[in-house]
Design a binder for this molecule. Structure first.
Ligand code: MSS
Length: 366
């Protein structure tokens, strides 16, 4: 096997044993490293950057960070120091890249071949967006979108629209969105968007804008390429365009994190088959586990604290597996009755893979 790539400097503090470094801007949590304590430790959390990471200097004086707010009756620029006076909320949510599970697409879409580890369940603290909007006089009329802009310094000589990280979500997402400065009890590391990040619980990773410099309520979706053409559910073989659905709300998904022996061989005996399940905008009602590749299912037990509808739940099923080959799968149901599907939705870029069959694990009990 190829030698493991070293961690890039801005993420040098990550636990190298718990992650796979795909590139200097893409780091995945190992399936075997998720553990069972609900919240993903920051030093194991995946990283995905579309542009080079900004300079450490932007986290030197965090409270001085400036956010421009537009599309409100009293638009203005606020410092992080000021934002901290406007409100406080904490949310635990699943942060998941739109392309998590891309590695299971047989079509091998371009982009990082993530399996399960471009996701984590983490806790953010910050000010509710609705409190900021209220402090600035409320929304102006005719703004169905909330648009966040990343604070990266853009490469010179390129049309900024082609590279800037700017995403729009329906304004309704404002209700539970926060402008966060803390991740898992610490100031947000630069790698995860410090000093200030837009968190839109229930929406895929790309909608959670790091080092946010502008929050605007807008009549139209952003015309930045990452919004208009990127991150679209494009038919296989096609090209992205604004008429196709954008990656937004996540939907019900689960996967098994143990047993996932590296060589596929498991010692005989009793095992605790465990994993994670989440419902995007909805809580989890239950999870079933199959020991025979989906022919029959047994109810798993939800275990550990329920940290709200945006967090994942851990599930476990105790089983004693006879010698031979077993295909272990999990299938979650959200509290609206939506069941995780067997198959993936085919699309050109390998987004939104929730297929339970793709996420199944094959093990041999010796
Ligand atoms: N933000 C910014 N500013 N920039 C970039 O690049 N990316 C995205 C988000 N945000 C970015 C941002 C993506 S794409 C993702 S996933 C996320 O982020 C991640 O996160 P972390 O923290 O993990 O790294 Mo896919 O859908």
């Amino acid at each position: 096997p190829a030698a493991a790539k070293p961690l890039p400097g801005y993420a040098g503090w990550k636990n190298a044993d718990a992650v796979v470094v795909h590139s200097s801007t893409t780091i995945e949590t190992k399936r075997s490293a998720f553990g069972t304590s609900v919240v993903t430790p920051t030093n194991q959390l995946y990283v995905r950057n579309n542009l080079p990471t900004p300079s450490e200097s932007i986290v030197a004086d965090r409270d001085a960070w400036q956010l421009q707010v537009a599309g409100v009756r009293q638009p203005r620029t606020l410092s992080l120091r000021e934002l901290k006076t406007l409100g406080l909320e904490t949310v635990t949510m699943v942060l998941q890249c739109s392309g998590n599970g891309r590695g299971f697409f047989p079509s091998k879409p371009s982009g990082t071949p993530w399996t399960v580890g471009a996701a984590g369940c983490v806790t953010w603290s910050g000010v509710p967006v609705r409190d900021v909007v209220q402090a600035l006089g409320g929304l102006i009329d005719g703004v169905p979108y909330m648009t966040g802009t990343g604070g990266e310094v853009l490469p010179a000589g390129i049309d900024p629209k082609t590279v800037i990280v700017e995403r729009s979500v329906p304004v309704a997402a404002m209700q539970d969105a926060i402008l966060a400065w803390e991740l898992n009890g610490e100031p947000i590391p630069l790698a995860h968007g410090g000093p200030l990040r837009l968190i839109v619980p229930g929406y895929t990773g790309v909608n959670n804008i790091k080092y946010i410099k502008q929050l605007a309520f807008t009549p139209k979706e952003s015309d930045a390429r990452i919004m208009s053409h990127g991150y679209r559910i494009t038919p296989p073989g096609g090209k992205g365009d604004p008429s196709q659905p954008s990656v937004q709300e996540m939907s019900v998904k689960s996967w098994i994190n143990s047993p996932v022996p590296e060589d596929g061989t498991q010692a005989a005996g009793t095992v605790q088959i465990h994993g994670v399940a989440f419902g995007g905008l909805h809580g989890i009602k239950g999870v079933e586990v199959s020991l025979d590749g989906g022919k029959t299912w047994r109810a798993a037990r939800l275990v550990g604290p329920d940290m709200g509808k945006y967090a994942w739940r851990q599930f476990v099923l105790q089983a004693t597996l006879p010698k031979g080959k077993h295909v272990l799968a999990s299938r979650a149901t959200d509290d609206q009755g939506n069941v995780q599907p067997e198959t993936r939705g085919e699309n050109q870029s390998g987004y939104n893979n929730t297929s339970w069959a793709d996420h199944a694990v094959t093990i041999t009990v010796a």
